[in-house]
Design a protein around this ligand. Structure first.
Ligand code: NAD
Length: 494
C-alpha cells in the first residue's frame, strides 16, 4: 500500500515512527497509509522553511508573480486529476471537488497581483528635507493548519498569499484527506517555486504543537473546529506569534413571508446538503418567519426526495458519504435525539439504505426545532437541516445574534429595506441577501464573528496581505545641494 509522504525541502520523506490509514469514504476501504510526523520531522520542515527564507524574500516580485501565473495554468489543466484525488479521500462529488479548486484558484489569481498588493506608501517633505516611506516585509516562517472539508481550497486560502508576500511555509493538512496537499506542493514546484518555500508535514496534535511552540515559526493560520481553533489561538498567542484561527459555524437562513419560496427552498437544499453538509458555510438552520413554515417545509421535503446520494465518482451522484464512520454515527445521533428534544423529524436520513461499507447517511429535515436543544446549538456538520419557526423578523435576527457562532447567514426577501436592515444589524462575518452561501470572492477576505474566528484578521484577500507582512516605516534625510545653500544662520567659515 502506498505511503503518503511529507514534502521537506523538495524531498518526499516517509516518516516511519507512526502511520495512519486514509480511507475511501465511499467504500469504507483503507486506500493509503499516511506518515504521521513526530517532533523531529516537523522541526526538519521548519528548518527547511527557515533556510529558504533569505533566498525567497529577496527573490524579485516579478519572479514571484511568475510562479503564480504558472500555477494558475497548471491548476486549471490538472483540475480533473486533483478533483479525483479529493473525491477519493473526502467523498464529495466530483463537481463539488472541481468547484473547490475553482474557488482556490481565485486565491492564486489574487496572489499573482502581488506587485500591486505589496506597494508601500511615501510622504515627501514631512519636515524640511525629510521624507517618510513604508514597506511591507514578510513575517518569516508561517504554519498553515487545515481541516478535512476543503483539502484544496483552504490550503490555498493560506499558502497563496503567504508565499506571495515572501514568507516560507509549513503546511499541516488534515490527516483524513492529505494527498491533495502533496499534489499542490508538486504543482508549485513545477510552477517554479524553489524547494523549501512550501513544505508539507502530515500529522496530528504532536505536529501541530511543535509548530505552535517553535520560536522559528512566526505566524499561524488555522481553520478547523472551534474547540481546536481556541486552543491554537491561545497557545500560539502565548508564544508571541500572530495567529488567525477560524472555527466552526451554525449558519441561519431567514425566510420572510414575501420571499420567493421556490428560490428559498432550492437554496436551502443545496446549501444544507451540498457536500453532505460538511461545509463551514452550509446552512443548518432555516428560520421560517410569519407562517411560511408549512409551505417551505413541504417544498424542501419535495426537493430532498429527488436528491441522488452515492459514490462521488458517479456523475449521477449529488451528495457523497461523510468523512468517517465516526462522523456519520455522530451526525445520526442528533437525528436520533431530536424528537426527545421536542422537534419533529420530517425526513429521517437514517432510514436511507446504502450498499457496501461506505460512510453514507441520508439527508434529514427536522422541524419545530427548539432553540435550547442540541440540534439547534451544536455544529452538527452533516446533512441535517433544522427549521425554527418565529413570528417576526426581529425574533429571527435575535436568534442569530444570540448564537455562539457568527460565520455566515442569509435572508430571503423581496424587501430591499429589510435586507438593508438585516445587513446592518446581524452579527455574522458574511451575509447573503437571497444568496445562501455568501463566501466572499478572492478579492475580499473571508471570516466569521464570535466563536467562528479567534484573532482579528480574516483569511485570504486584502486582510491576508496585512496578516502575512510586517510594515516598516523609514524616515530619510539626504544632504541636498539646494538646501545646503539655505542660510541656516551659521557663519559660512565656521
Ligand atoms: P478539526 O478541528 O478536527 O481539525 C483541523 C486541524 O486541526 C487538522 O489539521 C487536525 O489535524 C488538527 N487537530 C485536530 N485535533 C487537534 C488537537 N487536539 N490539537 C492540535 N491540532 C489538532 O476540524 P475538521 O474536523 O478537520 O474540520 C471541520 C471543522 O472545520 C468544522 O468545525 C468546520 O466548521 C470547520 N471549518 C471552518 C471554516 C471556517 O472558515 N470558519 C472552514 C472550513 C472548516
Amino acid at each position: 500500500m502506498a505511503r503518503i509522504p511529507h514534502v521537506i525541502a523538495g524531498e518526499k520523506v516517509t516518516d516511519a515512527e507512526r502511520t495512519q490509514p486514509v480511507f475511501n469514504p465511499a467504500t469504507g476501504e483503507v486506500q493509503h497509509e499516511l506518515s504521521i510526523a513526530g517532533t523531529q520531522t516537523v522541526e526538519q520542515a521548519i528548518d527547511a522553511a527557515a533556510a529558504a527564507l533569505p533566498m525567497w524574500r529577496s527573490t524579485s516580485l516579478t519572479k514571484r508573480a511568475d510562479v503564480f501565473f504558472n500555477l494558475r495554468q497548471l491548476l486549471k489543466q490538472r483540475t480533473p486529476e486533483l478533483a479525483a484525488i479529493v473525491t477519493s479521500e473526502h467523498g464529495k462529488v466530483l463537481s463539488d471537488a472541481a468547484g473547490e479548486i475553482a474557488r482556490g484558484l481565485e486565491n492564486v489569481e489574487f496572489a499573482s497581483g502581488l506587485l500591486h498588493l505589496l506597494k508601500g506608501e511615501r510622504d515627501e517633505q514631512v519636515s524640511t528635507g525629510v521624507d517618510v516611506h513604508s514597506v511591507k516585509q514578510p513575517v518569516g516562517v508561517v504554519a498553515a493548519i487545515t481541516p478535512f472539508n476543503f483539502p484544496v481550497m483552504v490550503p490555498l486560502w493560506m499558502i497563496a498569499s503567504a508565499i506571495a508576500c515572501g514568507n516560507t511555509v509549513v503546511l499541516k493538512p488534515s490527516e483524513r484527506d492529505p494527498s491533495a496537499s502533496v499534489f499542490i506542493a508538486d504543482l508549485f514546484r513545477e510552477a517554479g517555486l524553489p524547494d523549501g518555500v512550501l513544505n508539507v508535514v502530515h500529522g496530528d496534535k504532536v505536529a501541530v504543537d511543535t509548530l505552535l511552540d517553535s520560536p522559528k515559526v512566526k505566524a499561524i493560520s488555522f481553520v478547523g473546529s472551534t474547540t481546536i481553533a481556541k486552543y491554537i489561538y491561545e497557545r500560539a498567542a502565548a508564544n508571541g506569534k500572530r495567529v488567525q484561527a477560524l472555527g466552526g459555524a451554525k449558519n441561519h437562513m431567514i425566510v420572510m413571508p414575501d420571499a420567493d419560496l421556490d428560490m428559498a427552498a432550492d437554496a436551502a437544499v443545496s446549501a444544507a446538503y451540498g457536500s453532505a453538509g460538511e461545509r463551514c458555510m452550509a446552512v443548518s438552520v432555516v428560520v421560517a418567519v410569519g407562517g411560511v413554515g408549512d409551505v417551505l417545509v413541504s417544498k424542501i421535503k419535495e426537493r430532498m426526495e429527488k436528491l441522488v446520494i452515492g459514490d462521488g465518482t458517479d456523475p449521477a451522484s449529488e451528495m457523497g458519504p461523510l468523512i468517517t464512520a465516526e462522523a456519520r454515527d455522530r451526525v445520526e445521533s442528533y437525528v436520533a435525539g431530536a424528537e426527545a428534544e421536542g422537534a419533529t423529524v420530517v425526513v429521517d436520513g437514517r432510514e436511507a439504505q446504502f450498499e457496501g461499507g461506505g460512510f453514507f447517511t441520508g439527508v434529514s429535515l427536522i422541524d419545530h426545532v427548539k432553540t435550547d436543544s442540541k440540534v439547534y446549538l451544536d455544529e452538527i456538520f452533516g446533512p441535517v437541516l433544522g427549521v425554527v419557526r418565529v413570528d417576526t423578523y426581529d425574533e429571527g435576527v435575535q436568534l442569530i445574534n444570540d448564537h455562539q457562532f457568527g460565520n455566515g447567514t442569509a435572508i430571503f426577501t423581496r424587501d430591499g429595506g429589510l435586507a438593508r436592515q438585516f445587513e446592518f444589524e446581524v452579527e455574522a462575518g458574511m451575509v447573503g441577501i437571497n444568496v445562501p452561501i455568501p463566501v466572499p470572492v478572492g478579492s475580499f477576505s473571508f471570516g466569521g464573528w464570535k466563536d467562528s474566528l479567534f484573532g482579528d484578521s480574516h483569511i485570504y484577500g486584502p486582510e491576508s496581505v496585512h496578516f502575512y507582512t510586517r510594515s516598516k516605516v523609514i524616515t530619510t534625510r539626504w544632504p541636498n545641494p539646494d538646501q545646503s545653500k539655505v542660510d541656516l544662520g551659521f557663519p559660512s567659515n565656521s
